[in-house]
Design a protein around this ligand. Structure first.
Ligand code: GLP
Length: 235
């Protein structure tokens, strides 16, 4: 695992955007795994800016998001507003789990098929939850899990409650499984702020432990962690 040290959220956002943008520019075709939450917001802002400045085409880019709330389009709306509206990516090349699907189990299987048909994920961007979750894989999730429906923990619900001012916060979500995430060819994990320090300490110093799902990333051969001073404060 490589650790890239940055000072604050702004530097993290810029570095992350440069990293992803250079992959987009240098690839003939790329499947990007994308994350939501507060952490990647700055990265999306910079990516949108670079894409306009360089008139970057996205016709060779496909995206698959990690997760979506059940009964909601919150992350669809987030991606549209924060990235897709600004980069001109063909709509049919962006994918998120459908949290409003009637048959959620079938939707999970469909999503796995989508990823498989795309040929897998080339670069997966990840955030990290305060309790060490990745995607919405909460503590205790089986490392062999594939896309599945999860019941969110109180810790995750309260960390994300601020995003639900206009609708009732769902208590369940669809997420790529840990195994699905680990099959990505490359992973870029972003961590910003002291609230992530404990999770990051577990990631770098803890042992493989399903109570802190992110520790599984030590098993992956190509992970880069971009972390700011706050997130590294317990390392
Ligand atoms: C949510 C998302 C995760 C994200 C995590 C951290 O639970 N499902 O993908 O990594 O929150 O979010 P934030 O970046 O807002 O701290």
């Amino acid at each position: 695992m490589r650790l890239i040290k940055v000072s604050d959220e702004e530097e993290l956002s810029r570095m992350a955007a440069e990293y992803v943008f250079s992959k987009i520019k240098s690839s003939e075709r790329i499947v990007l795994g994308l994350a939501t939450g507060r952490t990647p917001l700055g990265m999306y802002r910079h990516l949108s800016k670079y894409s306009k400045e360089y008139k970057q085409s996205y016709s060779h880019v496909h995206t698959v998001n990690l997760d979506e709330y059940v009964g909601s389009r919150a992350y669809h709306d987030y991606m549209q507003k924060n990235l897709f509206d600004h980069i001109g990516i063909p709509k049919n090349q962006t994918h998120l789990p459908d949290g409003e699907a009637y048959d959620l189990e079938k939707e999970c299987r469909r999503y796995e098929e989508v990823i498989k048909e795309l040929g897998g994920i080339d670069l997966q961007v990840l955030g990290i939850g305060e309790n060490g979750h990745i995607g919405f894989n909460e503590p205790g999730t089986d490392f062999s899990s594939r896309t599945h429906v999860v019941e969110l923990t109180e810790s995750t619900l309260s960390a994300n409650a601020k995003y639900f001012t206009h609708e009732k916060q769902p208590r369940e979500a669809i997420t790529m499984g840990i195994s699905t995430i680990l099959e990505s060819k490359e992973i870029l994990l972003l961590a910003s702020g002291e609230k992530k320090a404990r999770a990051l300490r577990e990631l770098f110093q803890g042992t493989l432990n399903s109570d802190v799902p992110a520790t599984v990333l030590n098993q992956h051969p190509n992970v880069t962690v971009l972390a700011d001073d706050g997130a590294r404060s317990l390392l």
